[in-house]
Design a protein around this ligand. Structure first.
Ligand code: BG6
Length: 301
């Protein structure tokens, strides 16, 4: 993998007036996008979309004021990329939660501008460290288009000669006016595993949040809408290549226990994650690929 400094990245990939590389929070190398459609930020570590704000709208993504921004540490907010496992490792609790992609150094592969927005593509290949955690050859590409709509696409290619199985999430944190005043539609009647109560349940009506919520909705490909009367908007999360949707809010007690989460911040966020979480893992045969895509847009209500 080629590691370029910010000056080299700008020489090779900057798009004058639209996209440039500069230090971001904590000095982490970051790409800044500002075009006629939207403003955005993506931290190269983890290929982590941190900000997305379509022109004339409020910020769509949420990030904690208490997040760490440091090499090798996960960022609390934006869109962490969970791969090759979602949540705790299934058999080895000493391995990092949500896998290694969100804290790995990604390589920039290209940038481009088009009529619908400005995009960047990044790649990740195995290293001795990833092979120690997950013993498979792989090639990941993440393409993000910042436009009136945010498009995030994770391509997982298996260049090896044996199939591998992974779970994953585009772990999107959304900004809301007041979490207890929003409703999430699209998951009605879906079966889910309630990680708080440790039981399988079925969704009745829209999702409303009034306590710690940590649910893996299974076998659902539905578009979800976060209806937010306080901000007068609906955030729409459509997806492809995803059979699970995770809804998470830590609520008060868990927020207090988390080092990188303000005690009161749970009120202004909700995660609606485009995922393939167990039991909806993905198996990629040798020479094949899988694409996981989230399409995020905002509508007035
Ligand atoms: C959610 C999980 O996706 O992410 C939760 O369902 C977890 O169980 C949350 O607490 C945050 O995870 P992390 O590793 O970023 O603290």
């Amino acid at each position: 993998m080629e590691t370029l400094n910010l000056e080299e990245l700008n020489q090779r990939y900057a798009l004058p007036g639209l996209l440039r590389f500069a230090p971001g929070p904590g000095g982490l190398p970051t790409v800044h996008i500002s075009d006629p459609h939207a403003q955005g930020m993506l931290v190269l570590q983890g290929a982590h979309v941190l900000q997305f704000q379509p022109r004339g709208q409020q910020p769509v993504l949420w990030a904690s004021q208490h997040s760490f921004y440091a090499p090798g540490r996960p960022i609390r907010g934006g869109i962490p990329l969970c791969w090759p496992w979602f949540g705790a490792h299934p058999t080895d609790a000493t391995k990092p939660g949500h896998g290694f992609a969100r804290t790995s150094a990604w390589e920039v592969l290209g940038t481009s501008a088009g009529p619908t927005g400005t995009s960047i593509e990044l790649g990740l290949l195995p290293t001795p460290a990833t092979l120690a955690l997950w013993p498979h050859p792989f090639s990941l590409r993440l393409r993000v288009l910042f436009g009136a709509q945010l498009e995030v696409e994770l391509h997982v290619h298996n260049p090896g000669d044996q199939a591998f199985t992974f779970s994953a999430a585009l772990h999107s944190y959304f900004a809301v006016s007041q979490v207890s005043a929003i409703t999430i539609t699209g998951l009605e009647e879906s079966p889910y595993f309630d990680k708080v109560g440790g039981a399988p349940l079925r969704q009745e009506g829209p999702v409303q949040i009034s306590a710690e919520t940590d649910r893996v909705y299974q076998d659902t490909t539905a578009e979800c809408h976060i209806e937010d009367p306080g901000l007068g908007r609906r955030i729409c999360v459509a997806k492809q290549g995803s059979r699970s949707t995770v809804v998470w809010n830590p609520w008060a007690a868990k927020a207090t226990r988390m080092e990188d989460f303000g005690d009161e911040e749970y009120r202004q966020m909700v995660c609606v994650e485009t995922a393939n979480a167990p039991p909806d893992q993905v198996t990629v045969p040798p020479g094949s690929a899988h694409c996981l895509q989230a399409l995020i847009r905002v509508e007035p209500i």
